[in-house]
Design a binder for this molecule. Sequence first.
Ligand code: 6PG
Length: 220
Amino acid sequence: MRQEVKHFSDLDALSQAALEILADALNEQGQTAQNHTFALALSGGSTPKTLFKLMGLPQNSSRLELRDLHYFWADERCVGPTEPQSNYKLAIDLFLNKVLPPPGNLHRIPGELPPKEAAHAYRNDLRGFFHHNASQDTVADFNLIFLGLGGDGHTASLFPGSPALDETKAWVDVATAPASSPVPGRVTLTYPVINNAHTVVFLVSGMDKKPVLEEILAGT
Ligand code: 6PG
């Protein structure tokens, strides 16, 4: 596994670089006219907003043929798809409502359901897409996952101390954000799925992330 850390002077430069990572992944891992199965998972939070806006620009959307990708979410808050806290809504508002993929290419986590039901429904969607049935001991293989990093070290909705961190088999789990979060109820991809993706990109911005990022990069 190859790991690389890149530094940028500002969020615009970081977001442009993230767009080019997506472009490279599409070139390398292939979308073909016959095979539109590139699976991209998105996160919420504030950092990816600039990237999403870039993805919504017509020149980028047509150059990368973003309409043909399959969109998934690394995590979701337990709210409906039209609520302001919804990670799905964030992506819809910032670029998907311009790119307009076919509805079948939007694999949202149904945050309006009770968390366990939402996790179950998402798991079934993933299994259908990745052609794995429940009895097989295999793991979803995303082409690319964009993740963020919280000041407490969380990524997706894998928060410190959460039982979801210990998951070794299930692809999706329920999780709880700290009580200070506006929406503590979460559904998240697990480590097995994140670690099985072809490419994982952590978009990290803000000085509040520096201490935990240093710890992570030091391996502590
Ligand atoms: C979410 C996330 C979460 C996010 C980090 C970083 O739904 O909140 O997916 O893991 O990526 O909290 O968020 P910021 O980019 O806002 O710092």
